[in-house]
Each structure stands twice: as structure tokens, then as C-alpha cells.
Ligand binder design. Structure first.
Ligand SMILES: Cc1cc2nc3c(=O)[nH]c(=O)nc-3n(C[C@H](O)[C@H](O)[C@H](O)COP(=O)(O)OP(=O)(O)OC[C@H]3O[C@@H](n4cnc5c(N)ncnc54)[C@H](O)[C@@H]3O)c2cc1C
Length: 271
């Protein structure tokens, strides 16, 4: 296989290597995926941009070092959200959107103003695509299998990709091992199969949520109101921490279902 190595300086180096199997884990614009897996070049993405700023002291200008803020506002993002995530000495302030032409930098400026981080020292600016949904196929039917952003495994609605890149990496490694042991190319399919069995349903639900709740300020307001509900918070937190849907509390699910319907049809006030 011929591949290009990004060194961060000048043109990529072109190398050749021989391997029985290749795991393409080279990010959302994966060259391995585009070179080997049909359809990978058409992966839909959200554009994300963030600025890494020096964190103010805890309590300074309203800043809370142990609190993550998520902004659902059309002017910050017309179809995704903006965030303020403190990471100790530094804080990530950013936004994502699928809308072409929307100024991510301008929205981040607004967000920094709203969060009281307008004058915080900017250490870094970074922009990159975030995949919107898993690819339908993660292998080339010969000896290549994808993992992480290259396979499109970022949770819709939240944009959480780190956990799923790690989880997908494990499934890809297991599939590669099975392929190298048995020589059966069908083993490569085990990566997507295993991942989707474990996380497919969560991705599906989050995808519906994103499409429904993130599309207008009116719906975003209802969504935020709904998220204030302690049952929703508890189940969401448990699902987030354990990476699976909570099955043991049918009463709470039922309550949420009816509240959800109430919000959906505007019976429950958004104010
Ligand atoms: C602005 C922004 C904020 C985000 N915030 C969060 C968050 O708060 N929480 C969360 O869970 N997720 C977040 N994500 C998503 C998360 O960063 C990704 O889903 C995750 O990093 C995917 O991991 P990965 O290993 O698949 O890809 P990457 O992290 O992109 O790693 C791919 C690696 O491959 C290397 N590479 C690519 N091509 C070549 C080449 N030709 N030669 C050599 N090396 C190459 C790259 O340099 C890189 O090191 C965010 C994404 C963005 C853009």
C-alpha cells in the first residue's frame, strides 16, 4: 500500500509499506477511507471550530471551572450547539454547524462574549469536520478496515467522538485479528457489526433528536426546558456514563415519554 505521511512540515512524505491488514484511523478526512472504501468521500460532516483560551480563575467574571456550558441558540449555531468546556488551565470555546457559509469564528466571538471569556488569552484556534453518521461500510472487502472518525462514528446531537473512536478502534483491532487468523475477508465486517450492535440504537435515537430538536429556536427552547426535568437528567447521565440506554426504569421512561409528547405538541410551556 502507498500512503502519505503528514509531518506537519511541507508536503506529505509518500511511503510504501506491506501489511496483511490496514486499520484506517486517520480522522474525519481519512485518506485511507477515501482511497479504499466506496462512499467514504461523501461522508456528511458538521464543521466545528473552537478556540482554546487560558481559563480564568474559578469564580472570576462568572467563570466556573467545574461547569460545562452548552448553548442552544440560533445565532450561536443554527443546527448544532456552542460549548464552553473547561479543561483545567485551558478552556475550549467553540461551535459546530452543518450550514454552509455560517461564520463559526463570528459565532465563537459571540459565545466568548456571552460566557465572559471575551478578554481571556487565546492560545489556539482549531477547526475540523465532525462526521454526522457512521459510514454504511467500513472495509474494502480485501484488507482495510476503518475506525473512529474515519468510519464516521461520532454521536449525533452531542458530537462526542473520543469515546467512540476508542471503542471503534477495539472493534477494528478484533476484526483485523480475526481476518489475520482466519484469512476470511468477511471478518473485517465484524468491526461495524460489533460497534453498531453496541451503539447503533443510541446513535439512531440521538440522530432523530438532533434533526427534530435542533432545527429552530422554538424547538431548542422546548428541548432545553425538557432537559431541566430531573428524570431526563438522571437517565441521560446514566446513559452517557455507561454508553447504553437505561432499561431498568420503565416508570421513568414512560413519564419522560409523555412529557416529551407534551413538549412536542406545545402542551407543556417552554417558559
Ligand atoms: C473542534 C472540535 C471539538 C471536539 N470536541 C469534542 C469533545 O469535547 N468530546 C469528544 O468526545 N469529541 C470531540 N470532538 C470529536 C473528536 O475530536 C473526534 O471524534 C476524535 O478525535 C476522533 O478520533 P480519531 O482518532 O478517529 O481521529 P483524530 O483524532 O482526527 O486522529 C487522527 C490522527 O491521524 C493522523 N493522520 C491523519 N492523516 C495522516 C497521514 N496521512 N499521515 C499521518 N498521520 C495522519 C492525524 O494527525 C491524527 O493524529 C471534537 C472535534 C472537533 C473538531
Amino acid at each position: 500500500m502507498r500512503y502519505e505521511v503528514e509531518t506537519g512540515v511541507g508536503k506529505p512524505l509518500v511511503r510504501e509499506a506491506r501489511a496483511r491488514c490496514v486499520i484506517g484511523a486517520d480522522g474525519a478526512r481519512s485518506r485511507v477511507a477515501r482511497q479504499c472504501v466506496p462512499g467514504a468521500d461523501k461522508m456528511p460532516c458538521v464543521s466545528a471550530y473552537h478556540e482554546i483560551v487560558r481559563s480564568p480563575k474559578d469564580g472570576e467574571n462568572g467563570f466556573q471551572a467545574d461547569r460545562c456550558d452548552v448553548y442552544y441558540q440560533g445565532k450561536i449555531s443554527p443546527d448544532f450547539y456552542g460549548w464552553v468546556f473547561p479543561h483545567g488551565d485551558t478552556t475550549s470555546v467553540g461551535v459546530g454547524t452543518e450550514v454552509a457559509g455560517f461564520s463559526l469564528r463570528e459565532a465563537t466571538r459571540e459565545l466568548r462574549k456571552a460566557a465572559g471569556l471575551e478578554h481571556a488569552e487565546t492560545l489556539r484556534r482549531e477547526g475540523a469536520p465532525i462526521p454526522l453518521r457512521p459510514l454504511d461500510c467500513w472495509d474494502d472487502g480485501r484488507n482495510v478496515v476503518l475506525a473512529g472518525d474515519a468510519a464516521g462514528v461520532v454521536a449525533p446531537a452531542s458530537g462526542e467522538g473520543i469515546y467512540y473512536a476508542l471503542a471503534g478502534g477495539r472493534y477494528a483491532a478484533e476484526a483485523a485479528e480475526a481476518f489475520c487468523t482466519t484469512g476470511k475477508v468477511s471478518s473485517l465486517k465484524l468491526a461495524r457489526k460489533g460497534f453498531m450492535k453496541a451503539h447503533g440504537r443510541v446513535f439512531w435515537i440521538l440522530g432523530i433528536m438532533q434533526r427534530f430538536w435542533y432545527c429552530s429556536d422554538k424547538r431548542r427552547e422546548r428541548f432545553v426546558k425538557m432537559c431541566a426535568d430531573p428524570d431526563v437528567q438522571r437517565l441521560t447521565w446514566e446513559a452517557y456514563m455507561n454508553k447504553r440506554l437505561v432499561k431498568s426504569q420503565p416508570g421513568a421512561h414512560l413519564k419522560i415519554f409523555f412529557k416529551d409528547l407534551g413538549h412536542l405538541f406545545g402542551i407543556v410551556s417552554a417558559k
